[in-house]
Write a protein that binds this ligand. Structure first.
Ligand code: PHE
Length: 454
């Protein structure tokens, strides 16, 4: 079959384009902003190791499931569930995916907006002098508490996302991901080397990589699994939708493997930058430190302010961060857009604009929650939205995908789809076990634990 076969709907230009776009969706704030925060909140190294295991055994498993369903049906999540099990309630899972995509975009866009603000700060030289943790904290608090600036930056992200999505698959998403993602990767390696050579880096590295097994518990495991889903863009139909533009020639197994590998590597490197830098600050006491949404925004300016050429590196870093963020916001918006285009026959442009406006409205409380409106700050709106849409929404979405594949569509049918472009699936037996038993059972247990705690 040809890449351009379904050209009315759009298709990827080549096999490598798909891997870049899927990696572009996966790599974003989830790796650079949320991952270090979750490590900080969940006992350090023990979270790092648990998360890696979650990626290998559960994240990869569900990603491959999404790829198979997406390519087989060539549809958005609602259409995909409906195509395989017509007339059943399974399509509600697709609606959940669509809603979660918009929900995440609404507050992810606010944080992405902060990155826009920091990009301008980097250009104007705000991170030039040697910044202490307190300086950096003051910059962050002042910035995020200013509603006007936050709204302007949030709008910039949404307008760009809507604009690129309305351009379609090849001209939009694909073009952006191909050159700039590798550049981000190289820059992150540079910054990691700098962080590791800061005096006193060892203290942070120990927190990050030397696990304290006594800190392991159900909550750590739940958040490690949820973070794996979020970071890999698995559990809300984003990968399903991207795979719907794939050809039968592509190898779904190796594509999933590469995406998981790159995504996890970038997250680990982000932690290598954050923790050594953070703990070089005399103000930070490891046992008392509590990570929050400001962690990344406070630590990166610190490391940049302490390195030769920090200005240039800073501008480059925030430019590339914006690209990484945009390739993720695109995939968040692509899920509901594909739904309206496929199922409701809207034009891409109209769908993208209406959905972008909706994300803006839902995002208003999040935008005002860092000091803009005291009540929203008190409620912790941002963290609550994160918990509902990411930790619950994506985890439940991933559970439904695995149950659907294993028990409604059937592993046999899925394996047939996977076999196109991959005649020898070496880890077949393991994947079957994971999708049928490990993923659903672990997720159900974790959801029960977490619902009892909260
Ligand atoms: N994986 C993206 C990130 O790490 C976020 C995302 C989640 C994108 C779900 C699409 C779907 O930033």
């Amino acid at each position: 079959m040809d890449y351009h076969e379904d050209s009315a709907r759009g298709a990827w230009g080549s096999k490598i384009a798909f891997i870049f776009a899927a990696a572009g969706s996966a790599i974003g704030l989830g790796n650079i902003w949320r991952y270090p925060m979750m490590v900080g909140l969940n006992g350090g190294a023990i979270f790092v190791f648990t998360n890696i295991l979650a990626v290998i055994f559960i994240g990869f498993t569900v990603m491959l499931a999404e790829f198979a369903i997406g390519r087989h049906t060539r549809k958005n999540p609602v259409g995909a569930y409906n195509a395989i099990k017509p007339g059943t309630h399974w399509k509600l899972s697709g609606y959940l995916n669509v809603a979660v995509g918009i929900g995440i975009l609404s507050f992810y866009g606010v944080i992405a907006g902060w990155a826009v603000g920091y990009f301008f700060k980097a250009i104007t030289g705000a991170f030039r002098r040697d910044l202490s943790w307190f300086d950096s904290e003051a910059i962050f608090k002042n910035f995020t508490a200013d509603p006007l600036v936050v709204f302007v930056c949030f709008s910039v992200i949404l307008v760009l996302t809507v604009f690129i999505i309305s351009k379609g698959i090849k001209g939009g998403i694909e073009k952006w991901s191909k050159i700039l993602m590798p550049a981000l990767f190289i820059l992150i390696i540079f910054l990691a080397i700098r962080a590791l050579t800061l005096p006193g880096a060892g203290r942070g590295l120990a927190f990050y990589l030397n696990p304290d097994f006594s800190k392991f518990n159900g909550t750590v495991l739940f958040f490690a699994v949820a973070q794996a889903f979020f970071s890999l863009s698995v559990g809300n139909g984003a990968m399903m939708t991207y795979a719907s533009y794939l050809s039968k020639k592509d190898n779904l197994v190796s594509s999933a493997g590469w995406v998981c590998f790159f995504d996890t590597l970038v997250a680990i490197l982000a932690g290598i930058i954050i923790f050594p830098t953070l703990f070089t600050s005399p103000e930070i006491v490891p046992g008392e430190f509590v990570a929050d949404t400001g962690l990344m925004f406070q630590v990166f300016p610190m490391v940049l302010s302490k390195m030769p050429g920090g200005y240039v590196f800073g501008v480059m870093f925030f430019t590339l961060l914006l690209v990484a963020v945009l390739t993720s916001t695109l995939s968040l918006l692509e899920v509901p857009t594909a739904f309206l285009v496929d199922e409701k026959k809207w034009t891409r442009r109209k769908a993208a604009i209406v959905l972008g406006a909706l994300a803006f409205i839902i995002g208003i409380p999040a935008a005002l929650s860092n000091g803009g409106v005291k009540l929203f700050t008190k409620w912790g709106v941002m963290i609550k939205m994160d918990f509902i849409f990411i930790s619950l929404g994506m985890t439940i979405g991933a559970l439904l995908i695995s149950v659907f594949l294993a028990y409604a569509w059937g592993v046999k049918n899925a394996l047939k789809e996977i076999s196109f472009g991959n005649s020898r699936f070496k880890l077949k037996a393991l994947w079957i076990f994971n999708i049928k038993y490990l993923a659903p059972v672990v997720i159900v247990i974790l959801l029960i634990i977490i619902i009892n705690i909260f």
